[in-house]
Design a protein around this ligand. Structure first.
Ligand code: PGA
Length: 257
């Protein structure tokens, strides 16, 4: 049985003070919900404070990106060595990185390898634009992103990572994919591609999140899908009550709480 994983992607929101207040507002509630893995991904500046607040608990902390080199003349970048001082997870290849900051399949692959080399669990994002979807290219595009991301990894590594399927047109728009469509892509595209590359056992182990306008109102239905093992939550994770409710509904729907 795959343990569901909920990750809060705060993106470029919350000062350190705001982040501390948000964690303080949700920490006890999160710890009261069992059976579900929870990861908070604050902006870099807030990571040390958030990590200190949840240290010694089962709440994980993740970075929203990282560079693949350990150190050197790379102005503005953050290395895996720095991240692993505080974090257990790292989001890699988010569509906003791909769209605004030149993230490419090759750099996603390098970053995933660096994450494993430093004991971090990558949360790898894939997903199609509305244009690709309208052209009927969703399957090819998403499976291509999965193939490129996983190149050169071992089956054991792949079994341990998390893939977030996030249709770009559903991110931050309030317009989530239909549950049937989210389940179809997670199962028939993402998990199937992993099965073709690494075998059924690995495909059975890998956890696939859905992301894109997940909120309390749609979490139950999404999390009831057999191939959706959690969510990467943006906007709704900025409100303690909403994120807690999504985590609670996931545990309840998956029969864990
Ligand atoms: P959203 O963002 O929940 O605000 O749509 C999800 C994401 O980008 O990870």
């Amino acid at each position: 049985m795959r343990k569901p994983i909920l990750a809060a992607n705060w993106k470029m929101n919350k000062t350190v003070r705001d982040a501390v207040a948000l964690v303080s507002a949700m920490k006890d509630g999160l710890l009261a919900i069992s059976g579900v893995e929870k990861v908070l991904c604050p902006p870099f500046m807030a990571i040390p404070d958030v990590a200190r607040l949840v240290s010694g608990t089962e709440i994980g902390v993740g970075a929203q990106d990282m560079y693949w080199k350990e150190s050197g003349a790379f102005t503005g970048e953050v290395s895996p060595l720095m991240i692993k001082e505080f974090c257990s997870h790292v989001i890699i290849g988010h569509s906003e990185r791909r769209e605004h900051f030149g993230e490419a399949d090759e750099t996603v692959n390098l970053k995933i390898k660096a994450a494993f080399a430093h004991g971090l669990t990558p949360i790898v994002c894939v997903g199609e634009t509305l244009e690709l979807r309208k052209e009927g290219r969703t399957e090819k595009w998403v499976s291509g992103q999965v193939v490129a991301a996983l190149q050169g990894l071992s089956a054991d590594q792949v079994a341990d990572l998390v893939i977030a399927y996030e249709p770009i047109w559903a991110i931050g728009t309030g317009l989530a994919a239909t549950v049937q469509e989210a389940e179809r892509v997670c199962s028939h595209v993402v998990r199937r591609t992993v099965a073709e590359l690494f075998g059924e056992g690995t495909a059975d182990s890998i956890r696939i999140q859905y992301g894109g306008s997940v909120k309390p109102a749609n979490a139950r239905e999404l999390m009831a899908q057999a191939n959706i093992d959690g969510a990467l939550v943006g906007g709704a994770s900025l409100r303690a009550a909403d994120f807690l409710e999504i985590v609670r509904l996931t545990a309840e729907t998956k029969g864990l709480d």
